[in-house]
Design a protein. Structure first.
Length: 433
């Protein structure tokens, strides 16, 4: 139960998770069922720079559904193994905003084959149905996405190896609305990877990588609008260059990477047009940055970890060339300290920092930045023979910060406050036959 300090801004979450697994000498199987129900009284937005108080919430969203996962892994012989994975997802969302009801069903079938440590090949297919009815319009979409991939690793000597990979994907989307707006869209994507690894010692591994990526627009995103407008979105594609190293000794580890990522047709959400907003393609973007993470065991009872990420997120061409990408914080970092160790109990304190960012749609970078903030989280965990209890407290100090800011054409900004103090209790029971 998450109770905010703003009027009628409350969230209730109920979740049930059942797992089953079985393993033998040459195969293993598992089932995972997740059922959930969430009700959110959405807070009103506030005008940036104003002392106005948020009004009582008039929008209540309810999300409920289930997800069933089944997986099976089989060792065919000493070299070959096969892993298959099936996911069924069914979800319904209702909202008092325009009295909308949205239903979504999705099924994914994924197969992977491994040959020793050199070859990995696979294919997957996903089918998704989405429909919404509100007081203004109704619309629906159905889509399929299928892809196939292969990755090969070739040792050059005892310390150096190379890896090559490629993936092809195909998508078909059909979308219609009660306003007679419709489309049928066929998308394709092809990406590849080239990597070079050098391992001078057992504790060190250096890498140099070029990796392409893509994201297909979802049918739900094509029809996400209040008035039934169907959007023709382009496939998001990107190319990343990365160099760095991994160091690991016993339970201590360090990872450092520098990267350069260019993205075309980046898919992003904007609040306009009200009240639902829409998903759009951004101008070409670029992110150049550094990622650092480290883990250190200080003693039998104490351990620590650090994560930091700095990025320069810019629009790389067009009218807003050189400006910062709205909604992206250039710096994020955190440190965690843990006392105790399972199976008895453990306590972790986490402190994180998130730098300022421009509000969504402020491509000119002329509006105020949403301020930076610190967050303190804590987690306590206790384990018994067949039961694990976890208590998690997020935003322990009830810090007030901006969850989402929206820039308007007149220069004003309206923002939504983030969650205040939140407590979550989780109990996991393992049934052993």
């Amino acid at each position: 139960n998450n109770d905010h300090d703003q009027p009628n801004s409350q969230q209730q979450d109920y979740l049930m998770n059942l797992q089953w697994s079985k393993q033998s000498d040459d195969q293993s199987s598992g089932l995972n069922l997740i059922a959930y129900h969430t009700t959110i009284d959405l807070p009103s937005s506030q005008l940036w720079g104003s002392t106005e108080e948020p009004v009582d919430s008039s929008t209540v969203n309810t999300t409920q559904g289930y997800m069933l996962q089944a997986n099976h892994q089989r060792w065919l012989n000493a070299d070959w193994q096969w892993l298959t994975h099936i996911l069924w997802f069914d979800d319904q969302q209702t909202s008092t905003s325009l009295s909308s009801v949205s239903d979504q069903s999705s099924v994914l079938w994924k197969n992977d084959w491994f040959y020793g440590t050199r070859w990995k090949i696979g294919w997957d297919i996903n089918y998704d149905i989405f429909n919404t009815v509100n007081s203004k319009a109704s619309y629906d979409s159905d889509e399929y996405i299928t892809s196939a991939y292969a990755r090969y690793t070739q040792p050059l000597n005892s310390k150096v190896s190379m890896a090559f990979g490629a993936r092809s994907a195909w998508q078909g989307i059909g979308a219609t609305s009660s306003t007679n707006d419709h489309l049928y869209q066929h998308n394709t994507a092809f990406v590849n990877e080239q990597s070079l690894y050098w391992k001078p010692k057992s504790t060190w591994r250096f890498f140099l990588r070029r990796d392409m990526n893509f994201r297909m627009p979802k049918g739900k995103e094509e029809v996400w609008s209040a008035d039934g407008t169907v959007h023709d979105l382009a496939v998001q594609t990107g190319t990343a260059y990365e160099a760095g190293f991994n160091w690991k000794y016993n339970n201590d580890a360090i990872r450092l990477a520098v990267f350069h990522l260019d993205i075309d047709n980046e898919l992003a959400y904007t609040l306009f047009p009200l009240p639902y907003g829409e998903v759009t393609n951004l101008p070409p973007t670029r992110r150049v940055g550094i990622d650092l993470s480290a883990e250190r065991v200080l003693s039998d009872d104490w351990s620590s970890s650090v994560e930091m990420s700095w990025v320069n997120p810019t629009i790389r061409s067009g009218e807003y060339e050189g400006n910062q990408i709205p909604g992206v914080s250039p710096f994020n970092g955190g440190v965690a300290v843990t006392y105790g160790a399972l199976p008895q109990w453990s306590m972790t304190i986490m402190e994180s920092y998130h730098s300022s960012f421009y509000a969504s749609d402020d491509f000119d970078n002329t509006g105020d930045k949403m301020p930076d903030y610190w967050l303190t989280n804590a987690r306590w965990q206790k384990q018994w023979n067949t039961m694990t209890l976890t208590l998690r407290a997020d935003n322990l100090l009830d810090k007030h910060y901006v969850r989402y800011g929206q820039y308007y054409s007149d220069g004003s900004i309206r923002y939504y406050a983030a969650d205040g103090f939140m407590m979550l209790a989780t109990m996991k029971i393992r049934l052993v036959k």
